[in-house]
Ligand binder design. Structure first.
Ligand code: AMP
Ligand code: MG
Length: 342
């Protein structure tokens, strides 16, 4: 593929065999299902095969239920019905939808609007641009931006209601997969299966580490350019989440310019800086929302946002004609697995 923007994209999961001293080893179970338009992979360790299959079923069911609440593709989702009620009286929301909206609102406030769940009208213009390979009309972008702004969404935590101003549409694509991966991991833990990892595409929630290991090994690997196929970094994670965002897979190229599926809410335009951001945080929704915000903000302001989030670390890779520039928070290095002895 020509002109791949990123040195970093995609995450591959590897798990050890779990060899350790004494006693029968727990077995490794792994399953994949498609939800939220992406493969969700679950890996867990247990001695109990029946518990493993019950856990996998329940965890995938949790993700499926979240998809029904949070999807902006399914016109019948709770989110879409809420958007249909924009301009009307406040609408009662489910616990999950309210929680994700509240976290989205908090990230919008913290990022100065770089992450914005009301960016949907502009995102839709860019989805159409991608299908038609034609830039959105500037007038249409201006009209879409009139309907964008997190303050157009009023949340009442006591009543658990949401009120949207007329014409407001919501898109939780920048946070939902991270939230879902974390919730699926929580489902497994509640069923007595804490040694698990859930990967909703590039949104990964890691639980207790595999037997005999200090953490789950998660490769952050470049897919193109120099060093393709070789892991850029392998992270070692336990009870942490990681999310990667960037324009490696989803973009449109028009007139020689690449536009990302991530939209800058101040301009209504898809990002054109070629960048990938990997964020590690204490939970999946935080990692997911932060990586989208950080892509919009760029390394300088993005690093400051990540650094002000307790427990969060990030690696940015920005491609420029002069080569790839890397930026990371000071603590990111401590998450990287030591290189194996030669
Ligand atoms: P991610 O891959 O986590 O960065 O999420 C990207 C998705 O988030 C896009 O496909 C849109 O659905 C949505 N999105 C795009 N731009 C923004 C933005 N500025 N704030 C919040 N969500 C966005
Ligand atoms: Mg995200």
């Amino acid at each position: 593929m020509m002109g791949i923007a990123l040195a970093l994209s995609g995450l591959a999961v590897t798990a050890g065999s779990g060899a350790g001293a004494g006693g029968p080893e727990p077995r490794r179970f792994e399953a994949v299902e498609t939800h939220m338009g992406s493969p969700f992979r679950i890996i867990l360790y247990t001695h109990d095969e029946a518990a493993a299959s019950r856990g996998l079923r329940a965890a995938f069911a949790r993700v499926a239920a979240l998809d029904r609440a949070l999807s902006d593709y399914d016109p019948e989702s709770e989110l879409m019905r809420l958007c249909d009620a924009a301009g009307g009286p406040p609408v009662k929301a489910s616990g999950d939808l309210f929680e994700v909206l509240a976290r989205s609102r908090a990230m919008a406030d913290r990022s100065g609007g770089a992450f914005d769940p009301t960016v949907a009208p502009a995102v839709r213009l860019w989805r159409r641009a991608r299908r038609e390979r034609k830039l959105p009309d500037p007038d249409a972008i201006r009209k879409a931006l009139d309907r964008v702004g997190a303050s157009k969404m009023t949340l009442d935590p006591a009543a658990r209601t949401v009120r949207l101003e007329p014409g407001v549409k919501l898109d939780l694509g920048g946070i939902a997969k991270g939230y879902a991966s974390q919730e699926a991991l929580g489902t497994l833990r509640a069923m007595g299966l804490p040694v698990a990892l859930v990967a909703g595409a590039g949104d990964i929630a890691a639980g207790d580490p595999p037997p005999g290991r200090a953490g789950w090994s998660v490769d952050v690997a470049p897919l193109d350019g120099p060093g393709a196929g070789r892991p850029e970094r392998t992270l070692r994670l336990r009870n942490l989440a990681v999310s990667t965002s960037g324009d490696a897979e989803r973009f449109v190229e028009i007139g020689g310019v690449r536009y990302s599926h991530i939209v800058d809410p101040t301009t209504g335009l898809g990002l054109t800086t070629r960048m990938s951001v990997t964020v590690v945080a204490r939970d999946g929704a935080t990692a997911d929302a932060l990586d989208t915000a950080a892509c919009v903000l760029g390394p300088e302001r993005g690093l400051a946002l990540v650094a002000s989030t307790p427990g969060a670390e990030a690696l940015f890779v920005r491609r420029s004609p002069a080569g790839d520039e890397r930026f990371e928070t000071p603590g990111f290095r401590s998450l990287v697995e030591p290189a194996p002895a030669p």
